[in-house]
Design a protein around this ligand. Structure first.
Ligand code: FE
Length: 216
């Protein structure tokens, strides 16, 4: 399958664009959804709710666990750097669209941004389903050409001195950004840390604010 449902074995030698002519599979899915809704078999609002759940809630929580562990456990961080797929599998996350992971670390000097310029490759195992903007032709084109401006549209204004590295995901490698640990979280446990980690920070279009108060 392509685009909305991701895809697995493609080799990036075709240039499909989900914002233009819908693919055959997308048309078929739409037709099925319309038919099932018309027959009262599914509620479109319920479908939207399911997608939202995997896009913004369940999916990214896995990545947040990985990030919180990396902040808390130096030995895990080393394993994550050496073989992210294996380290992530220690936490029970893996499988389709998560077989070949690489973690890229933000520092005060370097900010990492992830895109799939040709389609929508995304690390499902740790982030769930990609958000619609990730699949848009605007994001896919501009993230490489003008990453600083793209980040500004997400409300991230980086100092000129910060280097931005853009990582182009493929079916072969999927990237997870390891955000900087927020100030004010010394001594926090993994659950409290994980709760701070947003999906967008793991794609690289957001930075995590300093902790606002005492450990929850
Ligand atoms: Fe792709």
């Amino acid at each position: 399958m392509h685009d909305a449902a991701g895809h697995e074995d493609h080799d990036h030698d075709h240039d499909h664009d989900p914002s233009q002519v819908p693919s055959d599979i997308a048309l078929r899915v739409k037709a099925l959804e319309s038919l099932m809704a018309a027959k009262g078999l599914v509620d479109p609002a319920a479908l939207d709710e399911i997608i939202d759940t995997y896009e913004t809630r369940i999916g990214p929580r896995n990545g947040a666990r990985v990030v919180a562990r990396a902040w808390s456990d130096p030995a895990f961080l080393q394993r994550l750097r050496a073989d992210a797929t294996a380290a992530i599998a220690e936490l029970g996350f893996g499988g389709r669209q998560g077989e070949h992971m690489r973690v890229v670390e933000n520092t005060p000097e370097v900010h990492n941004l992830v895109v799939c310029t040709l389609c929508s490759c995304y690390p499902w195992a740790v982030l769930g389903l990609p958000p619609a903007w990730y699949k848009s032709s605007a994001y896919r084109a501009q993230a490489v050409i003008a990453p600083r401006q793209v980040l500004a549209t997400f409300g991230v204004d980086l100092p000129e001195t910060t280097e931005i590295r853009v990582w182009d995901s493929t079916a072969e490698i999927r990237y997870l950004v390891l955000p900087e640990r927020p100030a004010g979280t010394e001594g926090w446990d993994e659950d409290a840390l994980a709760a701070l980690v947003s999906r967008d920070s793991m794609i690289g279009v957001a930075r995590l604010p300093a902790a606002a108060g005492p450990r929850p």
